[in-house]
Design a binder for this molecule. Structure first.
Ligand code: FES
Length: 145
């Protein structure tokens, strides 16, 4: 049911933990399943993501997608990090079962929430970044509509 990569990231999550005094931190949840994901970003003055950590209270797919998402944004600029969509994360994991696609949306949205927080603290606007939702179901419902 799960690819080897998903199992690997679930069993050995990369970048799990917290960053003290992060440049940006974002939390999103899914009210339906009750899962919560938090992303911490350390961003230098050139706008490059130097470090990223996550904490996920959620299912195995949510943990694997958080882990892969952190790997994909690390070392990237803020603008490049915006290209790390849930589809990109799923592709990097060699796919997810259809019922678990929403879990990968948590990862995308948690990164966006952390970037949003960073932009707010810096008093800047990140082009193409929309205000994140707190509950991922709002996006799932939008996509299904
Ligand atoms: Fe809730 Fe996966 S089932 S995030």
């Amino acid at each position: 049911m799960y690819s080897e990569k998903v199992m690997d990231h679930f069993n050995n999550p990369r970048n799990m933990g917290e960053i003290e005094e992060p440049a940006g931190v974002g939390t999103v949840g899914n009210a339906k399943c009750g899962d919560i994901m938090r992303m911490y970003l350390d961003i230098d003055d050139k706008g490059v993501i130097q470090d990223v950590k996550f904490k996920t209270f959620g299912c195995g797919a949510a943990i694997a997608t958080s882990s892969m998402a952190t790997e994909l944004v690390k070392g990237k600029t803020v603008q490049e990090a915006l290209l790390v969509t849930n589809k990109a994360v799923m592709e990097a994991l060699d796919g997810l079962p259809p019922v678990k696609v929403h879990c990968s949306l948590l990862a995308e949205e948690a990164i966006h929430a952390a970037l949003w927080d960073y932009a707010k603290k810096q008093g800047i606007q990140i082009e193409g970044l929309k205000e994140p939702v707190e509950d991922i179901e709002e996006i799932v419902a939008e996509e299904e509509a």
